[in-house]
Design a protein around this ligand. Sequence first.
Ligand code: SMG
Ligand code: MG
Length: 369
Amino acid sequence: MKIEAITLREIRMPLVHFFETSFGRTTERRILLVTAHGDGIEGWGECVAGEHPFYSPESVDTAWYVLEKYLAPALIGRKLEIAADVRRYLPGIRGHNMAKGALENALWDAEAQQKNVPLWKLLGGSRIELPCGVSIGIQDSPEQLLDKIGVELSAGYRRIKLKCKPGWDVAILERVRARWAEIMLSVDANSAYSLKDAEHLKCFDRFNLLMVEQPLWSDDFFFHAELQKQLRTAICLDECILGERQAQAAAELGACRIVNIKVGRVGGFSEAIRVHDVCRQHGIPVWCGGMLESGIGRAHNIALSTLANFTLAGDVSASKRYWKEDIIEPEVTVSASGFIDFDPAKTGRGYEIKKALVEKLTVRTEVVR
Ligand code: SMG
Ligand code: MG
C-alpha cells in the first residue's frame, strides 16, 4: 500500500455504565481513531490510550501529539509491502506503544482488505471458538456488584473478572463466593498493592481464583516473581508486558503464570504476535485484554484472539455492555453460551464502520498528508 494520507480523529462516546478501577472512574471515552489512506483503501486503527495517563504513561493527547508530529509524517509517501514492515520507517521513538499500535493496526486492517482475506487469518489465527469473559469494575456498593455479576452470568459470560483494590477485595470475594462457589473468577488490581501486602494477598488463595492480575507496580517483574513464589493463585501480568522482551523476562523470572495481551500496550499486531509466541514457548497461556474500545478496537481484539495460545477467555465482551450504539455493523455480540458471535468467513476486520455515526461523534480531525 502506498500511504497517501493519515487521518487522526477524536470521537467521544459516553459509557452506558461507569467503569471504575483502582486508579479511577471513567464515564465517557475519548477515543483516537487513525485512518490510513492509499490505493483507494481505508485502513482503520484504534488507539487504546485513556483520557488520562493513569493506566499507562500514555493518554489520548500524548498519542495524538506523537502520531501527528512524528509517526504519521514518517509514513506519508511510503510504499509498504506488508503492514509488519512499518517499524522500519518509523523514527526511533521510545515508548508510545499505543500511538504506534493504532497506526500499525490501521495498516494491517488495510492489508487484509487489499488482500481480500480475513484479518484473523492474516495474523495467523486458527481458533474460531472464542470464549468470552467480562470485566466488572468497582461499584458503589457490594450489592450493586452482585447484581451486575448476576446479569453478566445470565448473559452467558464464562469468566468474571472483578476489579479490586485495598478495601474492595477480600470482603467482596467472600460475598461473591458465598453466592457463586463455582464460577470462573479472577481479580485485577491494576497495581494497587505493594510487596508489603504479601500476607494480605495470600488471603486471595482462599477463593480459588483463576488469576490475580498485576497486583504490584506497573513496571515490575522482580517483586512479582517474589510474590508468585508465595501465592498459590496464578499471577497474570498486564501493564508491565510492553513487548516480547518483557514477556520473556517475566517467564524466565517466574513473575507470572498467565499473560494478558493488549495489542495497543505492546505497540501493534506484530509485537502482539511475538508476545504470544514467546509465551507459548514458555508454556504460558494468554488472553486478550480490553481497554474499553469502540467497535474498531474490539474487532481487532477478536482477530487477535484467534491465535492458538489465546486459550483463556478474554475481556472482549459485547458492544452493548459499553455503548448505546457501537460504531461498527454488526455490533459485537456474545452467544448465550458465552462465545463471541464471530463470522470467520468475512474478509478484512469483518465489521463495517458506521461512517455517519463516526462523523457525528467526532470532535476533532487532523489529516496528515
Ligand atoms: O474493555 O472490557 C474492557 C475493560 C477490561 O478491565 C479491563 N481493562 O487493566 O485490564 C485492565 C483494564 C484496563 C482498563 S482502563 C480503563
Ligand atoms: Mg488489567
